[in-house]
Design a protein around this ligand. Structure first.
Ligand code: SAH
Length: 346
């Protein structure tokens, strides 16, 4: 039977060193290969020119490098770029490069499809689902960093885990990817420039705090009233606001890092005074800021962006209590690259 070749990037540096030792080679070859894989982004073993021909052949015979392929690039009128990324098993995820005057941000995916069921999100409608491996997440960032340099003459400055999937339902792989992104052998980016966005999985938020992560946390709140939240995010029945509040307090006590709440205001869903009052109340639990996101229609009749007047009421109420609030304009809507629109339409 033919040996199934292993993805070499599933091996840690230590495992690579041990591998070389086991075949009677020098352990430092492990460091060299590790550098090729992660720092230099090698797509095949032939590129590893400081290894002998025999070593390269040995690696080719036993391993593969399952690199992602950017299958299609779409450009929006506002400069946003969307990559359709093909994985080794032909599944597709999407990632987005969002340029502004001062920064370029990568919005990356953590799952194919999503584990959760937010009614307003296009990704939630995809059936097929698997977690992305650490290297598949890392590769998306590398691809966008290259595009940032190519099209905007500057390296990528920020990363948000706001693409497809729920990052905290793929906890270990997301953390491993971030470890590579921030390590000097990877991209050497500061964790302060990385934001992980979750729809609010209390147990995992506590785990992040216990693991003393250094990146920022955003929570997609959308309603601070339990029944309303369940009606638009049905999983919230199990991940209640009471548990979420407790997890966030735990997070803040351990990390001292302010939380961002993402919040869309929809007509007839969460546009009343009681919704505003509930949000203001929820914001009193831990230091935070609120990001009011514009709704990106996904063809669901029930969801319509609330009026500007209602948004202004939200802003006024939050500012009155000293809670920082920003309004996030949609980017890349014309190519279905905006928040909640990623669903591989191609
Ligand atoms: N699962 C994670 C990250 C992916 S979604 C999370 O829920 O946070 C990234 C953000 O887009 C979330 O805040 C999500 O609630 C929001 N979003 C989803 N669908 C949207 C839509 N149609 N319009 C605007 N924002 C949307």
């Amino acid at each position: 039977m033919q040996e199934v070749k292993k993805d070499i990037r599933a091996l840690s540096k230590e495992e690579l060193r041990t591998f070389f030792e086991s075949i009677g080679d020098k352990t430092f070859r492990g460091n060299q290969v590790y550098e090729w894989l992660w720092n230099k982004g090698a797509h095949n073993f032939e590129e590893m020119t400081n290894l002998s021909k025999e070593t390269r052949k040995h690696l080719t015979d036993h391993f593969v490098i399952n690199h992602i392929q950017v299958d299609q690039i779409q450009k929006s009128a506002d400069g946003t770029i969307k990559n359709a990324v093909k994985l080794h098993d032909d599944l597709i995820v999407e990632s987005v490069l969002i340029p502004t005057k001062s920064r370029t941000t990568a919005c990356v995916s953590s799952q194919v499809g999503c584990s959760l069921d937010c009614k307003f999100c296009a990704t939630a409608k995809l059936k097929r689902m698997r977690n992305l491996n650490p290297d598949e997440i890392y590769d998306q960032v590398v691809a966008i960093d290259r595009e940032s340099r190519l099209y905007f003459n500057k390296p990528l400055s920020n990363i948000v885990f706001m693409g497809m999937g729920e990052p905290l339902m793929n906890y270990n792989n997301v953390l491993k990817a971030i470890e590579k992104i921030t390590s000097p052998e990877g991209l050497g980016m500061s964790p302060k420039r990385i934001t992980v966005s979750t729809s609010g999985v209390p147990k995992m938020i506590k785990k992040l705090a216990d693991d003393e992560v250094k990146f920022k946390l955003a929570v997609s709140l959308h309603s601070a009233i339990q029944e309303t939240r369940i009606s638009i995010m049905p999983f919230a029945e199990n991940f209640t606001l009471i548990d979420l509040k407790e997890a966030l307090q735990y997070w803040y006590a351990k990390t001292k890092s302010r939380i961002s709440y993402e919040y869309v205001v929809w007509k007839d869903i969460n546009d009343g005074q009681k919704d505003i009052d509930a949000l203001v109340q929820f914001c009193s639990y831990v230091p935070c800021k609120v990001n009011l996101i514009e709704y990106n229609p996904i063809g669901e009749e029930a969801f319509k962006q609330a009026s500007t007047k209602t948004i202004d009421k939200y802003i006024e109420a939050l500012e009155h209590r000293g809670i920082p609030v920003t309004v996030r304009r949609s980017r890349g809507k014309d190519i279905d690259a905006a928040c909640g629109q990623l669903a591989n339409k191609q």
